[in-house]
Design a protein around this ligand. Structure first.
Ligand SMILES: Cc1cc2nc3c(=O)[nH]c(=O)nc-3n(C[C@H](O)[C@H](O)[C@H](O)COP(=O)(O)OP(=O)(O)OC[C@H]3O[C@@H](n4cnc5c(N)ncnc54)[C@H](O)[C@@H]3O)c2cc1C
Length: 409
């Protein structure tokens, strides 16, 4: 990735350039991983590109994740091989080519409570490793699974209660500093000629004489000034704000996106004596205990959130859920006194049905994300995850340009 500073002068110049006469080919609304990836993809195709973000880069969902670059082992148990293969292919690409400075291989121990779990778990992890190698065209980008008995498990993770397990499987995924990934994507896009302005809020869309979206009206939250940014195509990449953003253009059609809350607790490194991360299956999903600098990040949960999407918060019940599941395997149970931080984020949960008035013919439903034409000149994309941002970005730009345009760029 290129290293381009994002200074306040650069921001001011970018806003001036974006609101100039010439107009943009593509305006991206939303500076999370989805929007940042789109801006990079569009700039790399040589398109005159701009990206605006109302808060700071990655201030939405993209800085409150589990910080994993992963295929999603749990999806294997839902038999969604294609989804896992796609994400593992992206994991390999990030580890080796696009962001090896940010994405690092991360070992996890999967503690086994009963002997009979071993063969069942080994098949899943074996398939996971095989799909990763297939995605990297035969290369092994992280070590494959290793089976451990009680002694081997204890050597790697003394914190695990030996009375509660018969051994473990060690497997690899990868971790990333999520907000740095977003900032690097924006900086790389800027290095390729894109204009980028944070603290720039889209308050309305511009329409041409035929009613097509022709850019956006933005408020510079540093100065309070309003600007018009003209663009041939605008892409809405505003995550859990997707519906609020598309409502500015039309009340018919577009994506339906709900918010699902996930929380993490943060405890100091000393609270858990282990050299690797820990992976647990729960009755609802999975729980990760992830080494993070001088801390452990533990999560996550999955509950509907119907309040202000700008301010998700953890409840006492969320914290109890995380503590209870972590304590199922730890010799010294964690208590609230161990917790030094809690954070919550909202998954943009794509609903299978589009909003009434949406054109099915102009919609591409992928495994995890969907891209659709909300109105002429306005495309929306939502869903997916950090790991697959590049696939989402390519789909969004292709869709916005249309078949002929995508072929030309
Ligand atoms: C708890 C949790 C854990 C997760 N863990 C992982 C993981 O480990 N690995 C993984 O791959 N994925 C993970 N994910 C998924 C991943 O984090 C999200 O899919 C991804 O961050 C969504 O990015 P986004 O850009 O679509 O949305 P966001 O990051 O929310 O970006 C949207 C942006 O749009 C901006 N915006 C909204 N309205 C406007 C407007 N009118 N004008 C200008 N800007 C606007 C917002 O400020 C926001 O910054 C996790 C998600 C959660 C919630």
């Amino acid at each position: 990735m290129l290293d381009t500073a994002l200074t306040s002068t650069q921001r001011r110049t970018a806003l001036e350039a974006m609101s100039g006469e010439e107009g943009l080919d593509i305006l991206v609304v939303g500076g999370g991983v989805t929007g940042a990836g789109i801006a990079l993809d569009a700039a790399a195709r040589g398109l005159r590109t701009g990206i605006v973000e109302m808060g700071d880069w990655a201030s939405g969902t993209s800085s409150w994740s589990s910080k994993l670059v992963h295929g999603g082992l749990r999806y294997l148990y839902q038999l969604d091989f294609a989804l896992v293969h796609e994400a593992l292919t992206e994991r390999g690409r990030l580890l080796t080519t696009t962001a090896p400075h940010l994405v690092k291989a991360q070992p996890f121990l999967w503690p086994l409570k009963h002997h009979y779990e071993r063969s069942y778990s080994a098949v899943g992890v074996g398939l996971y490793d095989a799909l990763a190698i297939a995605g990297a065209r035969g290369h092994q980008t992280v070590p494959v699974q290793k089976h451990l008995g009680r002694k081997g498990t204890r050597a790697l993770a003394p914190a695990l209660d030996p009375a509660k397990l018969v051994g473990a499987i060690r497997f690899y995924d990868a971790r990333v500093d999520d907000s740095r990934l977003v900032i690097d994507l924006v900086r790389t896009a800027v290095g390729l000629g894109a204009y980028a302005a944070n603290r720039t809020w889209v308050t309305d869309f511009l329409k041409d004489d035929h009613g097509s979206v022709a850019g956006a009206v933005v408020t510079d939250l540093e100065t309070g000034e309003s600007h018009e940014i003209r663009a041939a195509q605008t892409i809405n990449a505003t995550g859990v704000w997707t519906e609020a953003t598309q409502d500015l253009a039309t009340d018919a059609g577009g994506l339906k996106v709900l918010a699902s809350k996930g929380i993490h607790i943060v405890v100091p490194k000393e609270a858990i004596d282990a050299e690797t991360g820990i992976f647990l299956r729960t009755e609802k999903s999975v729980l990760f205990i992830i080494p993070w600098q001088r801390y452990w990040v533990i999560g996550t949960t999955d509950t509907p959130w119907e309040q202000d999407v700008a301010k998700p918060v953890a409840t006492a019940a969320d914290v109890d859920y995380v503590l209870d599941h972590a304590n199922e395997v730890l010799a010294r149970p964690l208590t609230r006194a161990d917790i030094i931080g809690v954070y919550a984020g909202l998954r943009p949960l794509l609903q299978p049905q589009l909003r009434p008035g949406a054109e099915a013919a102009s919609t591409k439903v992928s495994r995890e994300h969907t891209v659709t034409r909300v109105a002429p000149g306005l495309t929306a994309i939502a869903g997916g995850k950090l790991t697959t941002y590049r696939v989402m970005a390519a789909d969004a730009v292709d869709h916005a340009l249309g078949e002929a345009g995508a072929h030309a760029h």
